[in-house]
Design a protein around this ligand. Structure first.
Ligand code: ZN
Length: 167
């Protein structure tokens, strides 16, 4: 509790802080999506190096499908498989699949459905992170304005009181 704040101001500041936390969480999810894209690129590269696929193979990882839905991705990221991926920064084959190197990977040549997948997905996410970041700054500013106004009012009241006491 801050004695300078009214109940209403306290509520406003609290809800701004809650919204800020929410936005931070959304940004963290987006960053993890970017990580998954990078790991899928690494995995494709490793399969090429291992001689399992050629340079012209798509290599899109089926788990990237979750990126199109925030809730689906959040569920994936908090599943045992997802937690392991983000804790180790390694993308093994999908759980339960035997062929570690290419399972879950699109093996089409010059695939049209996923053309430029890494760039396309990352571009959308970077845009989203930027927007979320701007919103977070705005929300923070709202909280600060309320706090500053309350502080100013408190100082004024104190000055008035001192003046009355002097009289
Ligand atoms: Zn493909």
């Amino acid at each position: 509790m801050d004695e300078k704040l009214s109940g209403e101001e306290e509520r406003l500041i609290e809800s701004a802080a809650a919204e800020h936390r929410q936005l931070e969480e959304e940004m963290e999810l987006c960053r993890r999506m970017l990580t998954l894209i990078e790991l899928a690129q690494d995995r494709r590269r490793a399969a090429i190096t291992a001689g399992r696929i050629g340079e012209d193979i798509c290599g899109y990882d089926q788990r990237l499908d979750t990126i199109s839905s925030r809730d689906a991705f959040a569920a994936f990221a908090t599943s045992p498989e997802g937690e392991n991926i983000f804790a180790t920064s390694k993308l093994p084959g999908p759980i339960g699949e035997e062929d570690e190197i290419v399972k879950g990977m699109c093996e089409k040549k010059r695939c049209k459905a996923h053309a430029g997948w890494a760039k396309m997905l990352a571009l959308g996410l970077r845009h989203q992170i930027r927007e979320l970041g701007e919103q977070a700054v705005e929300v923070e500013e709202q909280g600060r304005i309320v706090r500053d106004a309350a502080g100013e009012r408190w100082r004024r009241k104190k000055a008035e009181k001192n003046w009355v006491e002097v009289l």
